[in-house]
Design a protein around this ligand. Structure first.
Ligand SMILES: [Zn+2]
Length: 121
């Protein structure tokens, strides 16, 4: 098998309302860079599933960065889709990822329905 590496793994929700906005943001922020992309309802809400994908990206594509994108009005969160809950889960995911893969840089984002990205620190 040939070696093929890329820069990052990007994880976002499946929600169709956001795909064009995410693509636009990625084409600006990952210009000329390749990345793996995972769409899963609630993004990193079900962290176990995302960690499986992440492990494959790390092993096969030697990624250096993980980008987690949660969003406003997420159906996978229902009534619990508040900025606070998303920030809590994003930070929890980052903590776990950093523990498992200390060399990876993890960036967290909360995407508003109007297309505005807020970085969660
Ligand atoms: Zn969603």
């Amino acid at each position: 098998m040939s070696t093929h590496i890329c820069e990052a793994l990007v994880v976002s929700c499946i929600d169709f309302r956001l795909q064009k906005k995410i693509q636009k943001w990625l084409s600006k922020n990952f210009k000329n860079k390749a990345y793996d992309y995972v769409g899963f309802a609630g993004a990193s809400k079900d962290l176990k599933i995302i960690l499986k994908q992440l492990d494959i990206s790390v092993r096969l594509h030697k990624i250096k960065q993980v980008v987690l994108i949660h969003h406003e009005d997420c159906g996978a969160y229902g009534k619990d889709s508040t900025p606070e809950n998303h920030a809590r889960d994003l930070k929890k995911a980052k903590k776990k990822i950093t523990k498992l893969y200390p060399k990876l840089q993890t960036n967290l984002y909360y995407l508003h329905l109007d297309g505005k990205f807020d970085e969660v620190k």
